[in-house]
Write a new protein. Sequence first.
Length: 276
Amino acid sequence: MSATGPFATMATGALSSIMLSKTAMPGKTAAKKSTKKSAAKATPAKSTIKPRKATAASRKQALAPERIQTILDLLAAAYPGAECALIHKDAWQLLVATILSAQCTDARVNMVTPVLFKTYPTPADMAAAPIDEIKEIIRTTGFYNNKAKSIQGAAKKILTDFHGKVPRKMEELLTVPGAARKTANVVLGVAYGLAVGVVVDTHVLRLSRRLGLTTETTPEKVEQDLMKIIPKDRWIAFSHELIHHGRLICIARKPRCVDCSLEKVCNSGDKTWSTH
Ligand code: SF4
């Protein structure tokens, strides 16, 4: 789940918290296709494709409802059942896991949280815990001083202001230590099924730009653009699918365009292979 501390002020890596359900296994499908296609088509060692300059006409074309729908359909077909990879039992655990995922892999967070929640199961337990003990448990996730402060601060805030329950309103969640908009979107979307915004982590930001869905460069502005063009009932799944695509195919340094099911609708200047 992001510069996703996950979505927190702390960092970025985090909210890359998305993976596919065990039943869907799109990753395997993608991997198989990838092998076949890769064998059939030569991938240039280096992209020779020049960035295309955005004009008013090209922006209008990029944001045409039919094109957006095609992108949504292709993503849904590629990543059915995409879901959050951070293991959690409730909104509180997801909030903590998302805070921990800043600049850290989901796998690492998932190794730490079972111990953390067994030792301090509730917000009340976490609020009363010796801060040094929290730090010790979460040490391997990095930035543990700030993360411990955020987690304990969140526990105290939730106890004193929200009767021990993670709030379900964006404006309330944003008052909780460690919960910036991205974290709040994760908690609201994944734990409560509430589409209040679109999670914009590092993958969503990069792919939204490559796919021409935005020309903005900050998560806040990219989210505003996405909320205008993506139907609300797709906000939660869309970010999960895009994060998965960013991890598997549209990787930052050298996107695997030859294996990309969205290639025909992508005009990114970063493409490493193109049919058009
Ligand atoms: S074609 Fe390449 S740049 Fe475009 S979305 Fe696919 S992997 Fe990313």
